[in-house]
Design a protein around this ligand. Structure first.
Ligand code: NAD
Length: 491
């Protein structure tokens, strides 16, 4: 696809990274090498940070209403090129084309919400806090901000942050996952076409070296991260130790609880989509199903059948419902975890470890897998597998299920399947998770809600998307004003 290593986009120009180190970008279904990504060095980050810093004074003076005009143009271009970008996502990331289209829709929705910045970033004023004295709260941009994003949503996740950041008057650097850099490469070609002032939005490709340079650069004032918990914790502590604002979204182990009064057909379909959609490589993928009382047998049978029926293959083939996992290493890691689960006493209801897809024998495929009787506190119950594997556990009451969930270290999402309003309310009220689904398997917040996450799934205070993003990307300035003549005038 690309004959030269990908370029960075810095100060309005495409340019080669200074580092000669590159990685292959590999289609996970075919092993075709799609291109090479440079592992940019600290000097590339330095260039991007300088460009962003120089662009800042001019950009923050552009009225918000004018700043969002660029976003309206970007939205139109994204809509026009949605199919093409979705195809790139499928090729480099492996998910089905339908899933990639949905991902780009979520990206576009964030641009739409950020177009509301002229109202969203308004401050407020109290007149006469004392006679003739007024107090104002203004929101001003934070400065240069950056995002470091994961492989599993290369088109959507940068959009949780940068549209809000630049609409608020900040300038920005994006460092996409080095495993899936083609999507942002194409998106930045569209960004180039909207003719933002130079340096407002910059793209730096790379891995750890680029990330560390971002973490340590004094001009970068705020950092958004999405990825695994281990890296999220590292990024949060290093960024905040360097005095930056940070919001770091981490990994997950998402439970779904099935009550006896749930509609089992609907529940099965939704849970299967959650567990096996995107080959289980979603931070909101269901990976633990907890059946309560009598729901056990019916749900176990139905979900096993759904797993067996799922059509696995290359995401560009229209009948395919589930693509490969991202790398052979990831495939091997998932197989190892499943073997560990068996060694700890679980058994396979469906064993998808040895998937061979005709025509794509080299791909990183697994089939949907279901493990039953997984022990509490064991590997399958506690580890983020990030593959198409669902563990089953059984309890006798909703209280027990909630207790089991709340003992877990993650808090990204928890779902309940029921037809009881009071059970739903109890679950919503008591469960320790940032995103909650009631008869929903992937409770992904729409762009005008924060993308939440608790416990080891999130480090920080303010989340991505919507008002939280506006708070994150602005700093509040409070002004107390007195105008002596006005104050002393007698009426
Ligand atoms: P990852 O942590 O390996 O990588 C994420 C980013 O961090 C990449 O840009 C990568 O270059 C960088 N990175 C990796 N290791 C680093 C290191 N040692 N030092 C500095 N930077 C480093 O994550 P991934 O495998 O790309 O993505 C999958 C993970 O992301 C899963 O754990 C998933 O749950 C999580 N995720 C979370 C959310 C959420 O909203 N909470 C959303 C999507 C994905």
């Amino acid at each position: 696809m690309f004959t030269q290593p990908l370029q960075n986009f810095i100060n309005g120009q495409w340019q080669a990274a200074s580092s000669t180190m590159v990685l292959d970008i590999v289609n996970p279904a075919t092993q075709e090498v799609l291109g090479q990504v440079p592992l940019s060095s600290g000097s590339d980050v330095e260039k991007a940070a300088r460009a962003a810093q120089e662009a800042l004074p001019g950009w923050r003076r552009v009225p918000p209403g004018d700043r969002v005009q660029y976003l309206y143009r970007l939205k139109a271009l994204l809509e026009q090129h949605r199919e093409e970008v979705a195809q790139i996502i499928t090729q480099e990331c492996g998910k089905t084309l339908e899933e990639a289209r949905g991902e780009m829709q979520r990206a576009i929705e964030n641009v739409e919400v950020a177009c509301g910045i002229p109202i969203l970033m308004q401050g407020h004023i109290s007149e006469d806090i004392a006679r003739g004295v007024d107090e104002l709260m203004l929101r001003q941009p934070v400065g240069v901000c950056a995002a470091i994003t994961p492989f599993n949503f290369p088109g959507m996740i940068p959009f949780w942050f940068f549209p809000y950041a630049i609409a608020c008057g900040n300038t920005y650097i994006i460092k996409p996952s080095e495993r899936v850099p083609l999507t942002m490469q194409r998106v930045f070609q569209l960004i180039e076409a909207i003719e933002l002032p130079k340096g407002v939005l910059n793209l730096v490709n790379g891995g750890k070296e680029a990330v560390d340079a971002i973490l340590d650069h004094p001009a970068i004032r705020a950092l958004s991260f999405v990825g695994s918990t281990q890296v999220a914790r590292y990024i949060y502590s290093r960024a905040t130790a360097n005095g930056k604002r940070a919001q770091c979204q981490g990994g997950a182990k998402n439970p779904v609880v099935v009550l006896p009064d749930a509609d089992i057909d609907m529940t099965t379909k939704i849970v299967a989509d959650s567990a096996f959609g995107c080959a289980g490589q979603r931070c909101l993928a269901a990976s633990l199903a907890i059946t309560v009382g009598e729901s056990r047998n019916q749900f176990s049978e139905a979900i096993a059948e759904a797993a067996n029926q799922r059509v696995v293959g290359y995401g560009l083939d229209p009948q395919v419902q589930m693509g490969p996992v991202i790398t052979p290493q990831s495939q091997a890691r998932i197989r190892d975890l499943l073997a560990q689960g068996i060694a700890e006493g679980a058994h396979f209801l469906v064993d998808g470890r040895n998937a061979v897809i005709k025509g794509y024998e080299q791909g990183n495929f697994l089939r949907p897998t279901i493990l039953d009787n997984i022990p509490e506190g064991g590997t399958i119950a506690t580890t983020e597998i990030f593959g198409p594997a669902l563990g089953l556990m059984h309890v006798n009451s909703l209280e027990e299920a909630i207790d089991l969930i709340n003992k877990g270290k993650y808090g990204n999402q928890a779902s309940l399947f029921t037809s009881s309003g009071s059970a739903a309310r109890k679950f919503r009220y008591e469960v320790e998770a940032g995103n909650v689904g009631i008869n929903i398997g992937v409770a992904a917040p729409i762009a005008y809600f924060p993308f939440s996450g608790w416990k080891d799934s999130f480090f920080g205070d303010l989340h991505g998307q919507a008002i939280d993003a506006v708070d994150f990307f602005t700093q509040k300035k409070v002004v107390v004003e007195r105008w002596p003549k006005e104050w002393s005038r007698k009426f």
